[in-house]
Design a protein around this ligand. Sequence first.
Ligand code: GLN
Length: 458
Amino acid sequence: MKIADKSTSAVSLVKAALDKAEKYQKTHHIFNWLNQDALRQAEEIDRKIKNGEPVGRLAGVPYAIKDNYLSRQGETTASAKILTGLSAPLDATCVEKLEAEGAILIGRTNLDAFAHGSSTENSFFGPTKNAKDLSRVAGGSSGGSAVAVALDIVQFATGSDTGGSIRQPASFNGVFGIKPTYGAISRYGVVAMASSTDVLGFFAQSAADLDLLMSITAGQDAKDQTSLPDFYGTKDEKLEKQKLGYVKEFMESPALDPEIKAALEGKLTLARSKGFETVELSLPTLEYALAVYYIIQPAEVASNLSRYDGIRYAFRSQKGKDIASVFSQTRSEGFMRENKRRIMIGNFVLSSGFYDAYFLKAAKARTLIIDEFAKAFSKVDAILTPVSPNPAFKLGEKVDDPVSMYLEDVMSVPVNLAGIPAVAFPAGETKSGLPLGLQLLGPRRSDKNLLGLVEDLC
Ligand code: GLN
């Protein structure tokens, strides 16, 4: 990140970012909105610098937000028709903190509508294309943010990760992405998906940049009751055991692409050469994580999406004749197919008669997953795994087959269910030039250690 680079001006950085954004928009479809006021804001920063006034740690740094972050700048759509036309009356706490440090918003990035998906193809505005291969998906749901960073349009971008939405697009496009400990960053002002697994995080071009962004944005917020007192940086404990685990069940999975497996083995060899002991772990309950996630997450989605009724938010169907039909018409026109699928599954697993069999059972299995990770972290400092079983797939390949799309998340969702942090990082390319990504998992509150460890492995 060129934050400390005095040789350049905010105006030249922002101008370059806007030029690139416009150029790549035509090929990759990254942004839902571009900030026409960005240059004026950059001039203001340059003026402050010239006058010797204090400026923040991100002064003049161009950045992008996933379009599910509320901000007074532009409309917040979450890439869903039902939110088109929404001018937010507030800034998300995370946005407030970044802009207080002088970061300049370039645009809002595309996502799967309401962050439901793993490819950005569920966007009302159409898909974003992979940074390296236009015939392939960007990953999702934060596809636009990942591609904006991979193409060096912005130095960093925000994302949200409910079941992998930062790590998977980071790995599909060859950038770094952090999914922090649950509660590390206030979620206030970001469109809710599944409240017990939603976390905010970032895409950047290095682990050091992610570290800076975490130190700026982590911390408790009275407006988010689940946010944790700031632990980031204050508890900078040294790694004690110098042990790196890997998961037997993932390594033996027939779904795992051989090139990803080889990249992971390469990193284990590197870790050993740096003095780490590598330890094979058996985590058999992870096999159930995907099923557990696709019960708990839709249940929370169904609740969180119930507020969009055509009355309180932007879009309202004109076909409604009375209150009930305004609700149903607005929801049926405003949500994407995938949103509706989740609302239906969520209401089903919560309904009396099925609650015990599905939701309650999933909640119990979730506890087993949490316990299994806790046991693993009594043996190792961190665990290295793939992010997803395969590199970026072709556009259109999975979009009509929801189960195969859900299978994309098999290695990312356990992290969210357990609330632990994970950092995705680039680990080379396939023979055909597609980025390969891996992720490092740690116990809760070990976010900073993980970033340090990732620097060691890169
Ligand atoms: N791909 C996962 C899903 O569709 C995760 C999405 C996310 O993290 N927002 O649920």
